[in-house]
Design a protein around this ligand. Structure first.
Ligand code: DAH
Length: 339
C-alpha cells in the first residue's frame, strides 16, 4: 500500500509539473483526486486492509491527497503567471510605428481671406455685426435710398420671397440695422452672403459674399475713410500697395467713390490681370448719405459717417490668382487642397 501511494504521488508530481495550461491541470486533478481517481480507488480498497492498520493507511492517503492539492495550487499559479506574461508580451504597443493619418479639412480660401480681413479691422477697433440673409425690402433697398422705381434695382435683381421680403443683394442694409440699434460712435464690419439673380459664369454667381463697413461719429470726414481704407489695402496686399479713389455713384453715400489698387502684377503698366487698366477695383465707399442717417434715427446735423463694401470673392480671386468664381462652390478637394 505504501509503495502504491508513493507511486501515485510521484506520478502526480510528474504529470502536474508537465501541465502547462488549465486543461492539463484539470485532467491531472481528475486523474488523481476525482471520484473515479486513483486515490479514491485506494480509499475504496480500505475494506481489504486489516482493521488495525486502517487508521494509519487512511492518514497516509489523506497526507498524499493534501500534498497533491498543494502541488495543484502551486502549478495553477505558475500557469497563471505564464499566461499573464504571454498576454503582456503579445499586447506590447510599438510606439515607434507611424500612426494612421487623421484626415482633417482645410480652411476654405474664402475663409482664409475673410479671417485675415476681420483681423485687420478688429485691429483697427471695428467689431463684427451679423444680420439676416432673408431681408426686408426696406433694409435692402428702401432705407438705402433705392425706392421701387430706382434703376439700381435692375442691377441688383434678386430672389423674392414676397413683395417685401428678398434675399439680400448687398450687406449695405446692415448699416441701417446697426444704426437703428446702436447710437454713435459706431465702428463695425458686417460680412456675409448676398444674392442676385445673375446667370452663372466665370465671374458671376447668384450667391457671393460682401463685407460691409460702417463708421459713424461726430466729425467723421472723407479723409478718415481714405486713411482707413488705404491702411487696410496695405495690410492686405502689402506695404508698397498704391491706391486711388475714383468718383462713383451709390444711392446711399454722398459723395461716393470706388477704391482701386495699382495692379500688383504690372505695377500700373497694364497687363491681362488688370485688363490693361493698370488698376484693379477693390471696393465701393462713400460718406453715409444724410437721408440714410436720418432714416436710421441718427441726426445728420450732429453725426457723420462713412461706409464701404468689399466683394470677398473678387478679393480672394485677385489674391490667389483664381480665374473662375465657380471653383469656390464646387467642393472639389483638388482645388481646395491648394490653399
Ligand atoms: N453695396 C454696394 C454694392 O453691392 C457696395 C457699396 C458701395 C457698399 C458703397 C458701401 C458703399 O457701403 O459705401 O455694390
Amino acid at each position: 500500500m505504501k509503495e502504491k501511494l508513493q507511486g501515485i504521488l510521484q506520478a502526480a508530481k510528474d504529470q502536474l509539473a508537465a501541465a502547462n495550461d488549465a486543461r492539463a491541470l484539470d485532467e491531472a486533478r481528475v486523474r488523481f483526486l476525482g471520484k473515479k481517481g486513483e486515490l479514491t480507488a485506494l480509499l475504496k480498497g480500505m475494506k481489504d486492509v486489516a482493521p488495525e492498520e486502517r487508521p494509519a493507511v487512511g492518514q497516509l492517503i489523506n497526507d498524499v491527497r493534501a500534498e497533491i492539492e498543494t502541488i495543484i495550487e502551486k502549478q495553477k499559479k505558475v500557469i497563471e503567471q505564464a499566461a499573464l506574461a504571454h498576454k503582456l508580451e503579445a499586447e506590447t504597443i510599438d510606439v515607434t510605428l507611424p500612426g494612421e493619418d487623421v484626415v482633417i479639412g482645410k480652411k476654405h480660401p474664402l475663409n482664409i481671406v475673410l479671417d485675415e480681413l476681420k483681423e485687420i479691422f478688429i485691429g483697427l477697433g471695428f467689431s463684427i455685426a451679423e444680420g439676416p440673409e432673408v431681408e426686408l425690402d426696406h433694409y435692402n433697398f428702401e432705407a438705402l435710398n433705392i425706392p421701387k422705381d430706382h434703376p439700381a434695382r435692375d442691377t441688383q435683381d434678386t430672389f423674392y420671397i414676397s413683395d417685401n421680403v428678398v434675399l439680400r443683394t448687398q450687406t449695405s442694409g446692415m448699416q441701417v440695422r446697426v444704426m437703428e440699434k446702436k447710437k454713435p460712435p459706431i465702428r463695425i464690419i458686417a460680412p456675409g452672403r448676398v444674392y442676385r439673380s445673375d446667370a452663372v459664369d466665370a465671374t458671376h454667381s447668384p450667391l457671393f459674399h460682401q463685407i460691409e463697413g460702417l463708421v459713424v461719429d461726430k466729425g467723421i470726414r472723407m479723409s478718415d475713410l481714405k486713411g482707413i481704407l488705404e491702411l487696410f489695402a496695405k495690410k492686405l496686399y502689402g506695404e508698397d500697395t498704391v491706391v486711388r479713389f475714383r468718383p462713383h455713384h451709390f444711392p446711399f453715400t454722398e459723395p461716393s467713390a470706388e477704391m482701386d489698387i495699382q495692379c500688383y502684377r504690372c505695377h500700373g503698366a497694364g497687363c491681362p490681370l488688370c485688363k490693361g487698366e493698370g488698376w484693379i477695383e477693390i471696393l465701393g465707399c462713400g460718406m453715409v448719405h444724410p437721408k440714410v442717417l436720418e432714416t436710421s434715427g441718427i441726426d445728420p446735423e450732429e453725426y457723420s459717417g462713412y461706409a464701404f463694401g468689399i466683394g470677398l470673392e473678387r478679393t480672394v480671386m485677385g489674391r490667389f490668382k483664381i480665374d473662375d468664381i465657380r471653383l469656390f462652390y464646387e467642393n472639389d478637394v483638388r482645388f481646395l487642397e491648394q490653399f
